[in-house]
Design a protein around this ligand. Sequence first.
Ligand SMILES: Nc1ncnc2c1ncn2[C@@H]1O[C@H](COP(=O)(O)OP(=O)(O)O)[C@@H](O)[C@H]1O
Ligand SMILES: O=c1ccn([C@H]2C[C@H](O)[C@@H](COP(=O)(O)O)O2)c(=O)[nH]1
Length: 282
Amino acid sequence: MSFNCFCIRNMRRFATWISSPPAVSSSRLMPAICNRFADKSAAVRRTRAFSNHFSTERVSRKLVRNGEEKKLVVCIEGNIASGKTTCLEYFSKTSNIEVLTEPICKWRNVRGHNPLALMYQDPTRWGITLQTYVQLTMLDRHLSTISAPVRMMERSIFSAKYIFVENLYRSRKMPEVDFVVLSEWFEWITENIAIPVDLIVYLQSSPEICHARLKERCREEEKIIPLEYLEAIHQLYEDWLIKKTSFIIPAPVLVISADSDLPTMLHQYEENRGKILGARNF
Ligand SMILES: Nc1ncnc2c1ncn2[C@@H]1O[C@H](COP(=O)(O)OP(=O)(O)O)[C@@H](O)[C@H]1O
Ligand SMILES: O=c1ccn([C@H]2C[C@H](O)[C@@H](COP(=O)(O)O)O2)c(=O)[nH]1
């Protein structure tokens, strides 16, 4: 299937999903998963445990966590080294919110393996390995119990797919079969599980500034990242969140210009505090 056909099929699926969400219930879903392992009693046990945490009461009839509808989820998006972690640190010190950074420690060490380093060394071989694990760990982040009225989290399962997987595929570093399998996983997840996001804060920065900050931060795995890589990531972010021409955006977007020095950035965060933490009215 050509890339264009694939995109059109995706868009159609999303359109269908919006107008007529799939009727999947937790009680039907879990046995279906468990039955694959032909263990019926395990299926029943897991269904009970699963049903304690999820219900299908909300509008979309997707699986949703009980009692968490009123909590606010804000995702901080932006290029590598654009200042996402610094932004999260600032808000975590000055407000009563829950902050979730990207699970990069896991991506650098999963049972002694470093899929992040492997991906940068040989993206064609290891891109699928890293991105499969990123997708799992980001889903885990999205579904974890929220401990404060507001959750701010670094990136999302959406940018993992729309930016990083997309970049690997478009730059011909990810084989089509890997891209298609990952896409099937992503579509299954987003069609069947509610992933609530109330606001996206996009830290918009120039690739050159990010490159300088990345060099200064000096993460071992990222030393080989060229400026062109950050330019490609930047373009995908711009198409998604500014031009709005590539993929569905799961929430309203607040754009903050992120090229300025640190004191100016902190001032900007303060100015936007109300919009960010009161995002339901944004
Ligand atoms: N406004 C800024 N001006 C200069 N350096 C910054 C600024 N914001 C962050 N940095 C530095 O740039 C590097 C990347 O920032 P970080 O917050 O880790 O970005 P991200 O989480 O988006 O990758 C870090 O070394 C950080 O100290
Ligand atoms: O889906 C993803 C998400 C992130 N990465 C890489 C890009 C960077 O090297 C790190 C995350 O760094 P930040 O400083 O938080 O931007 O992980 C990826 O390859 N795929």
